[in-house]
Design a protein around this ligand. Structure first.
Ligand SMILES: [Zn+2]
Length: 294
């Protein structure tokens, strides 16, 4: 190849690579914009419409959560949305809750996790899976991890469970925060470490991690790990906050706590680059797990 041609080839290759990077950021961010501020039902419909547009099949798994009190009985209706791909008897679960807290627009909590899950489903459509993989959009996390609890009852066979990866709070900062590290993550951590090495992202792991749907798996003694992207220093602050019994006084308050569950949790505070970090890290981890199943 003549040198001038080689030069043009390299420039074209580099620009198409960076274009792909920008496209994935756009795709992730537009999902956050699409889901934020919607009603509970609207968030559910948004996900179904996105999957429909992708031509991806899903199972809508409704559940009724009934609480019997002394004086009355309350019933809460929820619905998990599950995209099942792959093959084999062993299963990996990747989850993100789609409900938002109260009247919060829920962009980072957890439109960000939903966005990453949607892009993983879209971008990994041609993957040859060595495992069965359930991509789960969990409902009613904010009401007490109800969706993930029902999913386990309805769909998990413990002997066939490999790992659950939880995505909640993925949209701000530049630090990968992983936890809770412990006996329920022992089968996954070497792949997590390899993903950290391959991506080269700033990484912090801890035994303490704020409660989200991974806790449902933890309680059932199933392997699980949660991945968040947070502002610099927040991983350590959040870890201390959990160790302190979820009390922020007397410690340096984690930055993410100032926004989540409030009216300020909007897409204008969400960074496409943070979403991409979560996407890249989780994709790398998933591919490493998938390789291990060969
Ligand atoms: Zn959340």
């Amino acid at each position: 190849m003549k040198r001038s041609y080689l030069f043009i080839f390299v420039v074209l290759l580099a620009s198409s690579l960076s274009l792909a990077q920008v496209q994935i950021e756009d795709e992730l961010y537009s999902s956050v914009v699409g889901i934020e501020g919607k009603t509970h039902q609207g968030r559910c419909e948004f996900i179904k419409n996105q999957l429909h547009a992708l031509g991806v099949g899903y199972v809508a798994a409704p559940f009724n959560h009934i609480v019997v009190n002394k004086k009355d009985t309350t019933m809460t209706k929820g619905e998990n949305i599950i995209v099942r791909v792959g093959a084999g008897t062993k299963r990996i679960v990747v989850g993100a809750h789609y409900d938002a807290f109260g009247e919060s627009p829920g962009a980072n909590d957890n439109g960000s996790g939903v966005a990453v899950l949607l892009s993983l489903i879209k971008q990994l459509q041609d993957t040859v899976w060595n495992y069965s993989v359930d991509f789960c959009f969990f409902d009613l996390e904010e009401a007490g991890l109800l969706g993930s609890d029902y999913y386990i009852t309805q769909f998990v066979i413990p002997q066939r469970h490999i790992a659950m990866i939880n995505l909640d709070i993925e949209g701000t900062g530049e630090e990968v925060y992983v936890g809770p590290v412990g006996s329920n993550s022992q089968n996954i951590m070497r792949y997590v470490h390899e993903a950290a090495k391959q991506t080269g992202f700033p990484f912090f792991e801890s035994a303490e991690f704020p409660a989200s749907d991974q806790v449902s798996f933890e309680k059932s003694n199933l392997q699980d790990i949660a991945v968040s992207i947070v502002p610099k220093g927040d991983a350590e602050r959040l870890s201390k906050y959990v160790r302190n019994g979820y009390k922020a006084d007397s410690i340096d308050t984690p930055k993410v706590l100032g926004v989540m569950h409030t009216f300020e949790d909007r897409s204008r505070l969400v960074s496409p680059a943070s979403l991409k970090m979560s996407y890249e890290f989780t994709k790398t981890l998933l591919m490493l797990l998938n390789e291990s199943g060969r």
